[in-house]
Design a protein around this ligand. Structure first.
Ligand SMILES: Cc1cc2nc3c(=O)[nH]c(=O)nc-3n(C[C@H](O)[C@H](O)[C@H](O)COP(=O)(O)OP(=O)(O)OC[C@H]3O[C@@H](n4cnc5c(N)ncnc54)[C@H](O)[C@@H]3O)c2cc1C
Length: 387
């Protein structure tokens, strides 16, 4: 496996164990079928509790069944899962960083005890509802709202592009609280079998096909007042979750690119043309050299991010830089690997074209590449350029 600068030599025992557990899981349980799932537009739901058993959901949190592993270990886990498919990593990212994290950080004791053990075990599935049909890059303009009526909130609005919503038991829905001064954004834990909640699936995606994506429609959905996350108000709530998930994506994209590279390197050794392996041609070696260099540079960024996160010095803008760079890198290198496989590169038996299509989603969700550019632009100049 590409680790050109020997970064893995410095890993601790627990980090190696998590990396190896995830790698073995991917090899034995995922690789065989993931191409077919991608073609069928299905997610291997039987893996949800298995990933729970292995501790793949938010193992970097402390308590309520989570072991509080290092941020490097968590990153390595995301890298290995995305080496299989971005859909698999998305499942773990949403469950861990976008659902368990806000409950852990902002939830009441009752909410934590009700949801964290079940979500961690994969006995319950969560989803994160922020994006709306008319408000994607600018979620602060959201229209979904809650109004207090007695000891309940009544929710109305619609969310779209929500990973896992059709199979979720609980949705973290971000809505404006019209009963409070200034209509602050608040997070609501909405059980998806609540009257007035529907979660239709979005079909015919051409990217992230091995992941279930849907809508959340809320029509006079009544939830108890204790469904609100008490510990946060305003956009800080959803944005802090996104920072956690984007951290995992910065690592995950390295895994997808590494899988493309390893597939191409193997193919270059095996495939013979003009009397020998295509890997002896300078043109093919140039592609491998560039891919390896780009992946290694992205790995360095991911490892540095982990160190900063561990010591509490990680800023959201650091994460923006790494998400932006590493996903762009994977998006640019996947087609190079695809090209090296010639005609075989376009069939589902080989991963690069699947990763290439998946990267269109990863480049777009969790803040588009453009939005991360603007976040960095503002950080570097002090001048916001969003509007
Ligand atoms: C498969 C998939 C899964 C997803 N899962 C989730 C999920 O689980 N939960 C969730 O809440 N959301 C999810 N999303 C939604 C995702 O986060 C949004 O698609 C993303 O934020 C972009 O929003 P948009 O699609 O509305 O694009 P828009 O915001 O309409 O952007 C369209 C284009 O305009 C550009 N643009 C926008 N504003 C500016 C600006 N100020 N300056 C320059 N360019 C700009 C964008 O970069 C983009 O290229 C998912 C999306 C996909 C595709």
């Amino acid at each position: 496996m590409l680790d050109y600068l020997g970064l893995e030599a410095d890993l601790g025992e627990e980090e190696r164990l998590i990396r190896d557990t995830a790698r073995d899981f991917v090899d034995s349980e995922v690789r065989g079928d993931i191409g077919q799932h991608w073609l069928d537009g299905t997610f291997p739901t039987d893996l949800i509790p298995k990933m729970g058993e292995l501790g793949f959901y938010a193992p970097n949190l402390a308590g309520y069944g989570s072991p509080n592993v290092s941020e490097t270990a968590y990153g390595l886990l995301m890298q290995e899962l995305e080496a299989a498919d971005s859909g698999l990593r998305s499942m773990a990212s949403v469950q861990g960083a976008l659902v368990m994290y806000p409950i852990h950080a902002f939830g009441s004791e009752d909410q934590k005890e009700r949801w964290l053990p079940d979500l961690g075990a994969g006995d319950a599935v969560g989803c994160f509802g922020l994006t709306e049909p008319e408000h994607g890059s600018n979620p602060s303009a959201m229209e979904t709202h809650a109004v207090k009526e007695g000891d309940e909130y009544v929710l109305n609005g619609s969310k779209t592009w929500i990973t896992n919503s059709p199979i979720a038991d609980v949705a973290v829905v971000w809505a404006k609280d019209r009963s409070a001064d200034g209509n602050p954004v608040r997070g609501f834990l909405v059980e998806t079998d609540t009257d007035g909640v529907t979660t239709n699936k979005i079909d015919e995606k051409l990217s992230l096909r091995a992941s279930i994506t849907g809508e959340i429609a809320l029509q006079n959905a009544h939830v108890p007042e204790d469904a609100v996350l008490p510990g946060v108000e305003g956009m800080k709530g959803p944005l802090s979750c996104l920072t956690q998930a984007r951290y995992g994506i910065a690592w995950g994209a390295v895994g997808a690119a590494r899988d493309c590279f390893e597939t191409a390197r193997q193919y270059a050794t095996d495939r013979e043309q003009f009397g020998g392996p295509i890997g002896r041609f300078q043109l093919q070696q140039q592609k491998l050299a560039e891919m390896a260099t780009q992946i290694t540079t992205a790995q360095l960024l991911a490892y540095r991010l982990a160190d900063l996160k561990e010591r509490g010095d990680l800023r959201p803008q650091h994460v923006s830089m790494a998400k932006r760079n590493n996903v762009r890198m994977a998006r640019e290198q996947a087609p190079v690997a695809r090209e090296m496989l010639g005609g075989n590169g376009i069939v589902a038996d080989h991963s690069p074209m699947r990763h290439m299509a998946n990267m269109e989603t990863v480049y777009t969700y969790e803040g588009t590449h453009d939005i991360h550019t603007l976040i960095l632009g503002e950080d570097l100049t002090g001048i916001p350029a969003y509007e």
